[in-house]
Design a protein around this ligand. Sequence first.
Ligand SMILES: Nc1ncnc2c1ncn2[C@@H]1O[C@H](COP(=O)(O)OP(=O)(O)OP(=O)(O)O)[C@@H](O)[C@H]1O
Ligand SMILES: [Mg+2]
Length: 350
Amino acid sequence: MNRTAAAQPHEFIDTTTPVASVTNLSIRFPTLDGTAELRAVDDVSFDIRHGETFGIIGESGSGKSTIGRVLAGLLAPSDGTVQFDGTDRATLSRRKWRSFRRAFQMIFQDPSAALNPRMTILDSLLEPMRFMGGMDSAEMRSRALDALERVGLRRDLALRYPHELSGGQKQRVNIARILPLSPKLVVCDEVVAALDVSIRGEILNLFVELQRDLGLAYAFIAHDIAIVAQISDRIAVTYLGKFMELGLTDDVIDRPLHPYTIALMSAEPQPLPAHLRNRTRLRLEGDIPSPLDPPGGCRFHTRCPWATEICRTEAPEWRELRPDHYTACHHTTPDGLPPLPDRTGEKGAA
Ligand SMILES: Nc1ncnc2c1ncn2[C@@H]1O[C@H](COP(=O)(O)OP(=O)(O)OP(=O)(O)O)[C@@H](O)[C@H]1O
Ligand SMILES: [Mg+2]
């Protein structure tokens, strides 16, 4: 897919009122025996603008889906606040919240997961509208069939069952399910990862078209940096529940500020498009530490070839080093990281 067509920052991005505003968000899960807490997300702050695609990348277990569930209103913060289109969830009654949160939706990796195998596609399409209430059955049916067409499926598919559809068709149905709810923000969690490579581009194009036509914002979560880079206006890089870097996509990919971002890009199996490729290579060694006991200081220091004493003892500050480009690293500069004269050979960096 062509990034130029897909993901130029859209002229309708509204930077004045964020569609979601996350401040000092932490999510903790108690362990099964209740003796400890796992910090899945730790003191993260960011805004998502109306109409933008906000990409989230990071290794498995870094907290991407947990952040996504918060943005879709499925999980309440342990600490910190989340404002949905300017309104703090904590200030709304249960009833008000129910009607409010329809504008914040989530689509998952497994296209079958949200579809009941015993229900027709039409019933699956009607389900979220029934849950939200406020529409009569004729209106719901007509909206469901319109939505099917909008995602490129024929209306007669409405009478089929999920097992009669391909993975790509099922993922289109999952998108159609949320359209009648007039979403403002859709969290897309690995939405093309389970699909055949040949149809990933089609589904990504559908997301881009819907964004252009309906002004949706996306939080687009994926392991595959090339896919996130194609579709996102900005990218956040997560590691062990924290953001390491956040900035405009081209800026992050072309001039990464954080060692972890460089390492992730170096590990990318599918090469990035030439104009997004960065020449620095860094092999990511060792396993991701346990979020039950994350390293002190900078979380990445146990795997970072730039790490020095300060990285082990002091958490780096989150700073805006270039316009709209943030990172937390003791050693980086607005021009990127300094060379690694002593340890270049050891880690295969530079
Ligand atoms: N409901 C839960 N209860 C306990 N721990 C959880 C729960 N949900 C997530 N976790 C833990 O929180 C951490 C972050 O998980 P999360 O699913 O957000 O990661 P992720 O970045 O989406 O990973 P992946 O790329 O594998 O999907 C992990 O250590 C995970 O085991
Ligand atoms: Mg996940």
